[in-house]
Design a protein around this ligand. Structure first.
Ligand code: PHE
Length: 461
């Protein structure tokens, strides 16, 4: 395979279509599905959020996924060179996209470290220790030594990336993804069959149209980007490792189904459980911030009695797997960017990337302890919040907007449509063109304005 590619003879390749789909799904399925999706669903009225999200994934999400993967496969480069090989002036879009994983990886690994900590604590100290209503969490993250868990998490992800695309990433996904699905399914069945779960399940599953509002749509759109790992060069890189025969439209639909399937199950296990613990939709919404996973859920587990200890362990293993497979995709993308962008060999690129991520993670982690006086986004904000805001709320929408404008209006959708058609029919060609040229850019501008306005208190979400 590799010999066909004149621009990068050492480029890695997936061993087949399913390896690619699994890898893209593994990147997509992560903390976004297990942590962010349930709390957004709980916050924005359950079923109505679920329905809106479903529609957005299969319109906006899958269209942009198709765009990025095709861009990668056509050019056989990661983001920077993918853009510049189509038009020299567009190189900066690739540079911006490539900066995003470098910003996200360090703090994603810190949260991965929290999950690792909670897993160890639920195994060794029992769920009672972590369910004290927030004290445990605060003590842990404000301790200077908390970065150790982030480093352990980073080390695990680095080992997989160091073993290579076929020898590491594919194998790790092949083990972790099926297990993840089984655990998610098992836990979802467990929670919906708990006494009193029906009310919560109904809240989560039945759309209440009166809950529909702009904030809900904006939150759902932001979630589509984060959850599908869009606008940060990951899918471009993964597409660039893809054989020329793979049916792209079918692949992106499957990736979308995978991602939404896990989000759906996560909501199904978490929303009814939180409902039982807090009693009503409003109370769930109030407790449904980012602290849902680390403060509210442990209390739910504790209240389950003896079985809660086991459920907590299974739950944190599940989250750890999801976080690890996503972190692996982030690291692989960074490696690939350093490789292509700086013209380094894979080995050297790995050393540079791993060192950078570890150092940055320690730095961002200091935002909770040694450097907590640095509060860039105002009173009480942390370095992690700041990295999250810059990457997710500002850079991702900007990159998505520039990408759509570039493909829609400069290189023209036909360039990518031709690539898609080399391996399959493309029935929705016209709809896709309209999405990329008109609809997606408008939606992305709305997300950008809303997120920035919300951050500075001009809009509440
Ligand atoms: N999509 C991942 C999730 O849902 C997060 C992620 C973002 C992974 C960006 C890679 C890159 O958690």
């Amino acid at each position: 395979m590799a010999s066909e590619i004149s621009n990068a003879p050492t480029r890695s390749m997936w061993s087949g279509k399913w390896a690619f789909i699994l890898a893209a799904a593994a990147s997509a399925v992560g903390l976004g599905n297990l942590w962010r999706f349930p709390y957004l669903a709980a916050k924005y009225g359950g079923g109505m959020f679920l329905l809106t999200y479903l529609v957005l994934v299969f319109t906006l999400g899958v269209s942009l996924l198709l765009l990025e993967i095709t861009l990668g496969r056509k050019t056989r480069f990661s983001a920077i060179n993918a853009f510049s090989s189509l038009d020299k002036r567009a190189k900066f879009i690739g540079v911006l996209a490539s900066a995003v994983p470098f910003l996200i990886t360090p703090y994603y690994c810190i949260i991965g470290g929290w999950v690792a900590k909670y897993l160890t604590a639920s195994v060794f100290d029992g769920v009672g220790a972590i369910s004290d209503g927030g004290g445990y969490f605060t003590t842990f993250i404000t301790a200077n030594s908390s970065f150790i868990f982030a480093l352990v998490f980073i080390a695990l992800a680095c080992i997989v990336v160091a073993l290579g695309v076929k020898g590491g990433i594919e194998k790790a996904n092949l083990v972790m993804m099926p297990l993840l699905l089984v655990m998610a399914l098992g836990l979802a069945i467990f929670t919906v069959t708990m006494p009193g779960a029906m009310e919560g399940a109904a809240y989560y599953l039945l759309p209440d149209f009166s809950k529909f509002c702009p904030e809900l749509v904006i939150a759902a759109m932001g979630q589509v980007f984060f959850s599908l790992s869009l606008a940060m060069g990951i899918m471009i890189t993964y597409g660039s490792y893809l054989g020329s025969k793979t049916n792209l439209t079918q692949a992106v639909t499957r990736i979308g189904c995978f991602d939404i399937g896990v989000s759906f199950l996560a909501g199904l296990m978490i929303v009814p459980a939180a409902f039982i613990a807090f009693g009503s939709g409003e109370a769930v919404a109030e407790n449904s911030g980012p602290s849902l996973m680390f403060i509210a859920l442990p209390q739910v587990f504790d209240a389950m009695g003896d079985i809660g200890g086991i459920i907590a362990i299974v739950f944190f293993v599940l989250v750890l797997f999801a976080a690890l497979t996503s972190a692996i995709s982030l690291l692989e993308t960074c490696v690939s960017i350093v490789q292509d962008g700086l013209g380094k060999g894979r080995r050297e690129a790995m050393v540079i990337t791993f060192t950078f991520v570890a150092v940055m993670a320690v730095f961002v982690n200091l935002g909770y302890n040694g450097l907590s006086f640095i509060q860039p986004l105002g009173e009480g904000s942390t370095l992690l919040d700041t990295f999250d805001f810059i990457s997710n709320s500002v850079m991702m929408p900007v990159v998505a907007l520039l990408t759509c404008l570039f493909v829609g209006w400069v290189v023209k959708p036909k360039t990518l449509i031709d690539e898609i058609k080399t391996s399959s029919k493309f029935v929705l060609e016209k709809a896709w063109t309209v999405m990329i040229k008109y609809i997606a850019p408008v939606l992305v501008v709305v997300i950008l304005i809303a997120y920035v306005a919300a951050q500075f208190g001009m809009f509440s979400m």
